[in-house]
Structures are given as structure tokens and as C-alpha cells.
Design a protein around this ligand. Structure first.
Ligand code: ZN
Ligand code: ZN
Length: 138
């Protein structure tokens, strides 16, 4: 990759990771679960190429929350930082939180999803991105 692999980590620095392939696609999620998880109005994340994530430090600090449905949420147990989510059906399907990257991840979110549940206290940005009431089709 140009500029070498993407790297990132958690707030306390205990968990470090590397991604060895270009990110696939990024989006914002406004669902209630993401609001709770992040404490903010929406969450930005990027789907990564299968098998491209390597934890380079702090594997023992990575904890996961498994909701009854949907992706498991990985976070640092020391500082609580959101790191990535992983399909409970196929653990290679992973989306990394854009805020976890050290540098420009080289991708921009291309839609907003679950806007039907958007926080009442922050307007959904008028940025021209497609808005999906729930999960995007396809
Ligand atoms: Zn941490
Ligand atoms: Zn969400």
C-alpha cells in the first residue's frame, strides 16, 4: 500500500493494530445501539478486506460485547475505546471505527444509515450523502 499499512489503536495505547489492505467502504450509522456505544450521535466505520486486520499489541485487552443480534463490538477493556465490530456469523467480516486510525484512513463515508433513529439533539448533517432510514439495501 502507498505509505505503508494503516495503523491505529485505543485511547490508552494498550491496543495497537495494523491493516494490510485498502479499506473497502465506509459509512455513518445513526442507530440507537451506536449512540449508546459511542455516546455520540453517530458512528463512522469502514469495512476492511477479509483477513487484513492484525492486532500488534494488547490482544489481552480486547474485549467484546455480543448483542443478541448484529455484529459483536470490540473495545479496549482498559480505556473503553471502540475499536471494531465483527460479524457473529463470519468473524472475518470486520468494520473498524474510523476514529481509531492514527492517520487519514484514505476513505470517506459514502452513506448514512438508520437515520430513522437519529439523535433528536443533533441534525443529520446536510452533506449530500445518501440517507437510509434503516439498513441500506443490498
Ligand atoms: Zn485502551
Ligand atoms: Zn449502528
Amino acid at each position: 500500500m502507498a505509505g505503508g499499512p494503516l495503523t491505529g489503536g485505543c485511547l490508552c495505547g494498550g491496543v495497537r493494530f495494523r491493516i494490510d489492505a485498502p479499506l473497502v467502504v465506509a459509512s455513518y450509522c445513526h442507530c440507537t445501539r451506536c449512540q449508546r456505544r459511542t455516546g455520540t450521535a453517530s458512528s463512522a466505520q469502514a469495512r476492511i478486506a477479509l483477513g487484513s486486520l492484525a492486532i500488534t499489541q494488547g490482544t489481552e485487552l480486547v474485549r467484546e460485547y455480543r448483542p443478541p443480534d448484529g455484529f459483536a463490538k470490540m473495545f479496549c477493556e482498559a480505556c473503553g475505546s471502540a475499536l471494531w465490530s465483527r460479524s457473529q456469523d463470519d468473524p472475518d467480516v470486520i468494520s473498524v471505527r474510523l476514529g481509531a486510525f492514527d492517520t487519514d484512513p484514505g476513505i470517506r463515508p459514502s452513506w448514512r444509515q438508520f437515520v430513522a433513529y437519529a439523535a433528536p439533539w443533533e441534525a443529520v448533517p446536510d452533506d449530500g450523502l445518501p440517507r437510509h432510514a434503516e439498513r441500506p439495501p443490498g
